[in-house]
Design a protein around this ligand. Sequence first.
Ligand code: NAG
Length: 398
Amino acid sequence: MLRCRVPMPAVVTLLLLQSAAVVLFLGWYSPLVPQEASPTQGKVHVLLLSSWRSGSSFLGQVFSQHPSVFYLMEPAWHVWMALKRPGARGLRMAVRDLVRSVFQCDLSVMDAYLPPSYNVSHVFMWSHSRALCSPPACPLTPRDSISHEPECKLRCDAVGLEKAERACHTYSHVVLKEVRFFELESLYPLLRDPSLDLRIIHLVRDPRAVLRSREQAVKALEQDSALVLEQNGPLPADAQMRVMREVCRSHVRIHETAARKTPDFLRGRYKLLRYEDLVRNPLGEIEAVYDFVGLEMVETLQEWIYRITHGKGKGTKKDAFKITSRNAEDVSLAWRTTLPFQKVKQIQDVCKGAMSLLGYRAVQSEAEQRQLDVDLTAGRERHHFTWLTSTSTEPGEG
Ligand SMILES: *[C@@H]1O[C@H](CO)[C@@H](O)[C@H](O)[C@H]1NC(C)=O
């Protein structure tokens, strides 16, 4: 009797509604589960913090050439060049926000800093990014091959940044190299941002070697120096030393924040890397760095790293970008034969704190400076390698 009161169509409708609800529930709910477990969808964001002339071009390429990496070299260059006025400190939040957007593959943020109708070739050092020379950005270089910058520059330009943006979304790692951070505090919101999985690699180099390298590139660094010193008009005569003071202070500030007063959200996300250790044991150090950010070493890269750090090998000239290979360890010692002892004393004084914190030992005499078998990077393990001898420019102009 009761059965007859409920018409068949109503039962069918109810059943359909119920299954629809189940489907909708599962359909909506289940994607939320992996999202909650990993709001970054497994993407890792790596900020390579360095200073000028500290070997960061080399380390940048080590990332750029990796098949899982979308790399950009100093996107904040655009902020500095476009806004200038306020100086380094006044620009840091604009830089921070640009870095955040680029990590999220939103390249529209570049719009503010590029000419009205732009190409990918307007992005600073774009052709040094292997990802911009590979599909889907450009058909030229297979993703697992080493890219050739001059060829990429000729053949991979494109209107707008849509292709670059699409490319960015297809990589597990977005790596940005920046020389324009002097502290970590402005990055805290990025470290706390659940949509980012940020790792910071802090590359430092012996200030005496940096000074020597900077002196060979005074003109190229003029604008940057003016912004660091917040100086309008001609640079003072002691500009080099004053910039070095700022650079060394920033090493101390960053390292102290990260290693001594570590906030919770920074734990396990900061790695200090010394250029000298990198050139002494490139494969070992690079594997450790890859491990830190969750990248696998691949064979083509292993060979490439060996070649570029060991001077002339097969086809080095072509592959080396601006980082021409040569005996990398010799390069890191060049200051000891070429820098006048007077200057060495001066820089040791200016950078005293940073040097002792980072394990660079001061020399007390010219004799000691010139004695190359005295190791001044004390406190770190010394690996012995047979380096091939050759003479070209140094690995790492950045
Ligand atoms: C932009 O790229 C297109 C396509 O490669 C090219 O034809 C054009 O000349 C480029 N424009 C500029 C301003 O470089």
